[in-house]
Design a protein around this ligand. Sequence first.
Ligand code: PMP
Length: 313
Amino acid sequence: MGIYSEDTATYLWRNGALVPWEEATVHVNAVGHASVAGIFEGLKAYWNADDGQLYLFRMREHYRRFLQSIKMTRFAFDYTLEDLEEATRALMKANAFRRDVYVRPYIFQAGMVRELLQSQPGKPVELVIDSWPFEAYRDPSQALHVCTSSWTRIADNVMPPRLKCFSNYHNGRLAAMEATVSGYDWPVLLDAQGKVTEGPGACLALVRDGAVITPPGTASILESITRDTVGYLVREVLGLPYVERPVDRTELYLADELFFMGTGWEIMPVASVDRLMVGDGAPGSVTDAIREAYAALVRGHDLRRPEWRAAVW
Ligand code: PMP
C-alpha cells in the first residue's frame, strides 16, 4: 500500500470503467497533476440501515453544478447527467458501501503537462469518480472558534467562486492555514468591500431575532446545495424566515447563532468570531433544529423531498 491509506475504496470509476483503486494512477507529468482548470464536485451518500439502502443526496443538483462548471471552463465533455448518475450508482455498488460515503467526481485535462501551455477551448478531459467512507469532519457539539481572514475572497471577475475549480481552493487554503496558525479552528472570508462571503468549503448563515440570514448567491460564494436545502428546511420545516442579503462583518459579532453549512461540514455551529462569543458560545437552538432536520432528511428518516435521495440499490 505504501503511501496509500488502508481505508480506501476497492474501485474508482475512470473514463468508463471500474478500475482497482491502486491501479488508477496519473503520471506525474500529466497536465491534470498540476492543472489550473480541473473541476470537481463533492456529494454524500447516506446509509439508511432500516431501509438497507444507500441514498445519494441531491446527486442531480451536484452533477448539474458539475456540468455548469465544465461549461464555463470550456472543456470537451460528452457525458450526460444521466451517465454521471449511473456511473456513480455503479461505483457505489462495486464498493459495496453499507455506510456513509463521500463521492468526489472530478475532471482534469487529458494529456501531458506541456499541453497546459495550449489553453484553447474544447480540450478533452479525464473523468474520475472517487469515493471513500466518510462520517463527519467534527463533532458538532464542539462549536468552531473562527476568525475573519486577512485574505480577501476571490471574486467573480477574478476566479469565479461559482465555478468549482481546483485552483479556487488555494484562496480558502491560505485562509484556513492562517486561521490555524493563529489558533482558530476556521476562517470566514470577506470580499473586497468587507462583506461576508463564506468559509473554505462551506457557506455561512447567522440567526438574528429568529430569522436565518445568509449572503446571496452573488456574494462570491459557491452556489451551495446544502444552503439551498437549509433554505427549504428553515422555511418549510421549521417555519422561520430565511433571508438572503448582504451581510456585514459586524453582524457576525452580534448574531445570536452562527453556523457553516456544506456537504462535508453538514451543519456546523460557530462558538466565537474574532474571540467575540456568539450567543452564549454553545450551539444555539435554531442551529440544532436545522442540524437535526438536515440529518433526518439526508438519510431518509424524514420522507419529505424523496427526489433528493437517489437510491443506489
Ligand atoms: N463553498 C465552498 C467553497 C465549497 O467548497 C463548498 C463545498 N462544496 C460549499 C460552499 C458548500 O457547498 P455544498 O453545500 O454544495 O456542498
